[in-house]
Structures are given as C-alpha cells and as structure tokens.
Design a protein around this ligand. Structure first.
Ligand SMILES: [Fe+2]
Ligand SMILES: [Fe+2]
Length: 299
C-alpha cells in the first residue's frame, strides 16, 4: 500500500462566488466549511475536511492536493522530492484542517500538495453533517488536466512523486493520455496532451458517487439549478468508470464518477486511442470537450 491515499481537495477559481456558493450548497448538497480571505471551503459533510475551495476571479485550477497517510509520510515525500532537486514549500495549517503539507509545482505549472489532515475518520453516514443532502457526492474522485507537455508531467508524477501508471493511451512512445494512481483506484490524476497550450488547463474535477442510481438522483437535482449538462451517462473503457459531465456555474467542468476499477499491477496497461479509452459505451466526446477552464494564478 502506498503512503498516498487519494485526491484530498482542489482549489478552483470561479467567475461569481455567490452563484457558485449557492449551487454547491443548495443544489449539490455540499456543506460550507468556512471562509478565509475570500476563499470559501466546501465538503461532502462526512467529516470535517473540505474537498473544494473556491475564490472569485476567472476560472480554472489554483492547486490540488493528495492525502498522505500521516504527517511522517508528508516529511518523507518532502525529503524524497528534495533529493530529486524539486523545490518544495511547507504549507502546514495554511488551509482549514490541514495538519501538515508540502507544495511543489508540476512541470506544466499546476501547484500540487501532499497533505495530512486532522480529521482522519472514515465516513459514517448516520453522523454526517445535518445540512448535507442525501444526493451529495460520496467522495472526491480524481482530477484531469490538459497539459502542454505530457511526457514531462508523466515523468515527474511517476519518477519524482512515485505514482503508479495505470494506463497509457495512443502510441506507446508518444502517449496522448496517461492515467496515474496513488493507491489502487485506477486514476487519481489523468493527463491529456495538448501541445498548443502554454500552460496546464483544468479539464475536470471529478466527484465520486455510489451507483448509477445515485448519479441519476444527483443529475435530476442539479440540472436546471445551475448545472449545464455536457456528456453522459456512459462508461469509460480506461478505468471502467461510469461518467457524466457538467459545467458548474462558476465556470469549471465537474465529472460524476462511479465504479472505478482497482488496479494492482505495476506495468501500465495500454489503450490504442482516445476514443477507445474514453468510450466503452454511450456518447463520444462532444466538441466542447476540447475546452478546459485554465490555470488560476495563486493569491
Ligand atoms: Fe490545499
Ligand atoms: Fe475523469
């Protein structure tokens, strides 16, 4: 088992903070976990941790974090990255509930954190926050970027951070997609090559659901209340997960995800092309899928 668990949180920029706040709480059923200096924190309500932080001004990813098993593991990753010449900064306690953390940058420009949290409890449905809606997502699932240099980001995440590669898509010596995992779920971070970009752009932030029934209930609740439905429901071949995609009113794409495969081999699988990897059944990618929401500058 890896010392890294899963995606812990992401911070995104949104065009209108109040529109976004209303959608996340009233429509999605998330729970507000605090506000500091213009950043608002939201969680699923199964524990006291936040899953999504947002700040007003533009769109896109500001940073994302994966959870380490404890503070000692964070220290271990700090040493590992420094040994490999990577600049890291401590962010202990910089965000609510974060016991320890380090921050560094992917080659494509996205800040990434490895954090340990104060509330390590596993979910108990009967003691979740009372203002958490029953249709709210169950988990933070994964994140996908358009990157101008897939080879560099892939090599960094695999060799410096130590993530496993689950799937490579396209030519083996020049992949167009890569799926990387912290632990056993098929992907925590997915990369799509887009060489015309000068910096990384957020493609989607994905939430986890218990079943296709849960996804249906969520969609019935949020579409028409701020969610702009884009694609799905279908099944991806790479990762085997059920998917649906929508744009949230803040200007970023969210994915809904269920049934992601577990992978326990060290050798990457290979899928011949993007269409095969992304469409086991259901609709292919619409033209709008070629858009990302960008990279937000740090405060
Ligand atoms: Fe963070
Ligand atoms: Fe995804």
């Amino acid at each position: 088992m890896s010392d890294l668990q899963r995606i812990e949180h992401a911070k995104l920029a949104v065009t209108d903070l109040e529109d976004a706040r209303r959608f996340y709480t009233d429509a999605m059923g998330l729970v507000e976990r605090g506000e500091t200096d213009g950043t608002v924190y939201f969680g699923r309500g199964y524990d006291s941790n936040f899953d999504l932080a947002v700040t007003e001004g533009g769109t896109g990813i500001e940073h994302f974090a994966v959870r380490a098993i404890d503070s000692a593991a964070v220290d271990g990753y700090e040493e590992r990255l420094r040994d490999r010449g990577v600049d890291t900064a401590r962010v202990d306690g910089a965000e609510p509930g974060q016991r320890a953390g380090i921050r560094f940058e992917l080659p494509g420009g996205v800040p990434m954190e490895i954090v340990a949290v104060e509330d390590e409890a596993y979910p108990h449905s009967n003691v979740s926050a009372t203002d958490r809606a029953g249709h709210a997502p169950s988990a933070v699932d994964h994140i996908q970027f358009f990157t101008p240099d897939l080879d560099a980001d892939l090599a960094f995440l695999r060799d410096a951070v130590g993530l496993h590669v689950s799937d490579l898509v396209g030519p083996r010596d020049d992949p167009e997609n890569a799926f990387l995992r912290c632990n056993t779920l098929h992907h925590d971070i997915a990369l799509k090559h887009k060489p015309e970009l000068s910096e990384t752009s957020l493609h989607h932030f994905a939430w986890g659901y218990d079943s296709i029934e849960h996804m249906k209930l969520f969609l019935d609740t949020v579409v028409g209340r701020g969610a702009d439905f884009e694609r799905g429901i279908g099944r991806h071949f790479a990762g085997d997960n059920l998917y649906a995609y929508f744009w949230e009113p803040g200007g970023n794409r969210f994915e809904m995800c269920a049934e992601m495969a577990e992978v326990k081999t060290t050798e990457p699988n290979h899928v011949v092309d993007y269409e095969t990897a992304t469409t086991a059944w259901g609709p292919g990618a619409p033209e709008s899928f070629d858009e990302g929401s960008g990279l937000a500058s740090e405060d």
